[in-house]
Write a protein that binds this ligand. Structure first.
Ligand SMILES: [Zn+2]
Length: 179
């Protein structure tokens, strides 16, 4: 008998194999052949009971294919304002943009656009801002409100507070406008 035949045929009594082969108590085949046996489930049950360590190996092999795609999406929900400024947002139809524009020598105004994409009445919003900041605030365009004062940073807190549907992730800081 050649070496190859021995491997195919399995164990012979009294023959010492160089490699330790573990035989299944259910189908009496080497463990690696169990999966071809019709009652593989019973083989696995036997293995679990009698050779837990081998069974564990089997489970590891079984799950490698499924486990790869199992990565959970973990999304950082809330970033601070510092993160907001550098984070690149996906392009989406619904977004509020806030920017600061110079007015006069030292003063600046805050421009808010995109509120109407959330179905917010701009007049109501302008009035709300005016009361909140105790300063002038008016609707200046199709979807634009100008607030007289530099309140950009405050808006990141106040807008989501007033309109919960606008998460601070949806507010884009456009920085300073140049004139
Ligand atoms: Zn078996």
């Amino acid at each position: 008998m050649t070496e190859e035949e021995k491997l195919v045929m399995g164990p012979k009594p009294g023959v010492n194999y160089p490699l330790e082969v573990i035989y299944c108590g259910n189908c009496s085949m080497p463990l690696e052949y169990c999966e071809y046996y019709p009652e593989y489930e019973k083989c696995k049950a036997w293995l679990e009971k009698n050779l837990p360590s081998e069974f564990e190996k089997l489970k590891v092999n079984d799950t490698t294919s499924e486990g790869a795609g199992d990565e959970e999406k973990k999304r950082q929900k809330r970033g601070g304002k510092g993160i907001m400024k550098t984070k690149k947002k996906e392009e989406g139809p619904k977004q509020v943009c806030i920017s600061r524009a110079p007015r006069g020598k030292k003063k600046s105004v805050t421009v808010v656009t995109g509120l109407s994409s959330f179905g917010i009445d701009l007049k109501v919003a302008a009035k709300f801002f005016g009361q909140k900041f105790a300063c002038g605030s008016s609707v200046t365009g199709d979807d634009e409100i100008v607030i007289q004062g530099d309140v950009k940073d405050d808006l990141f807190d106040i807008i989501p507070e007033k309109w919960p549907e606008i998460d601070d992730d949806l507010i884009e800081d456009l920085g300073d406008q140049k004139r």
